[in-house]
Design a protein around this ligand. Sequence first.
Ligand code: ADP
Length: 452
Amino acid sequence: MKISITKKIAIWYAVVLLVMTVGFSAVIITYSNHQAEKAARSQLIDEVADAVGKIRSIDDHIETTGNISFYDDGVYISFYQTDGDLIEGRIPIQISDPPAFKHESVTFLNSGSDSWYIYDEKHNISGKTIWVRGITKSLFGAGNLNRLLQMFIFIVPAFMVLAILGGALLTRRAFRPIHKMLDTVEEIRTKHDYSERVELEPGKDEIHQLAKNFNMLFDDVEESFNKEKQFNFDVSHELKTPLSVIISQSDYALEHEDYQAEALKKINRESRNMATIVSSMLTLARSDTGNLVLEKSNVDLSELCEIIADQQDFIAEERGIKFITEIEPDISVIGDEVMLIRAIVNLTQNAMKYGTGNGNDTIEFRLKQDSTSAVISVSDHGIGIPEQDLDKIWDRFYRADKARSDDESSGLGLSIVRAIAQAHGGLSEVESEVGSGSTFTIRIPLAGGDNE
Ligand code: ADP
């Protein structure tokens, strides 16, 4: 049988409450009865002693002084002759068969629905023996016990029902987010709808917090699911174009011999593009799984940047772009030279592609260092990047400026720059203003630093 946690908790509290109520009540009743009995007994003995002082013998017979009370403070007082004949006094009518006299001894007697304490004292007055008897009701009487028991039979179950209902209500309320979470998981599982969330009512307890975290977790799951979907779509889209060019070109060349050389050129170019995309994707996939293996060595970054700058300056000059270089000497990092070249060249080529044609075709390529890192920056004075695109440009296959994208633009360049910077324990960032240009920066921890 499957019992819900709510029911388990309710049952547990009911049982604990029952045991506690019965246990505490038993202890309290026993103790207070014991005290009351003790008080009743000593009251009984005192009243009898008081009564004894009010007996006297006059002219051969026994009588009491006038101011005696035969029923005082719950104690009945009676006097008897030696043979047991009542001289004077009162006894409870419930006692039909009084017990034999016992000097200075308290006797317990059950009679009808009540119980009684009986205390006797034997006294010799003017040569005559008389018995003084005191009787008082005992709290342990069956009637009292029955009444207590009746109270228990009604009150305890009423309290238990209250406790169970209250407990169940409270736990059900507290567990509501869990039930909602179960429903949400079921919805997500059956409908494959990752946009489902637990509807949260205001609250701050742990379960509420759990449901909130659950929602946040699913925000992440949905985001990566969508990214994955988009990525798969982009990959197939990116590869589809060169593939269809290759197919159509080869088909045409097979039928037109004179076109074969031209077709081969196009096929070669598309195949190279595809190879670049596949290689970039492989790099990114390795970086995602933490398997981007770096061939690390001590890299003289200043020297490396000088070489890159020479090369890029040459390309820039051909395109009429002014390439300004500011490279601080003696900056070294521990890193993968090939990967670092790939990241830096990516930024300079982007600057030439997207950062020109705005009236100032100048590119500044800088290398300096701060207290912890080597800072490589590439600035241009091009059209800049709209603010809403600043985060997205690092995403795979994202192209902000589609008009300037050429055959070699896959939208993977900056993703690779970031992956390489991160694999070196560094970071990549961009500052840009529409119309004024952009500055892309890579920071790589210096050789000899903590991150080495
Ligand atoms: P792509 O292969 O398209 O160049 P990247 O990942 O290198 O891919 O760049 C992503 C997008 O970022 C580009 O399509 C372009 O819109 C934008 N971008 C990159 N560098 C610059 C720059 N220097 N100035 C303006 N936009 C840039």
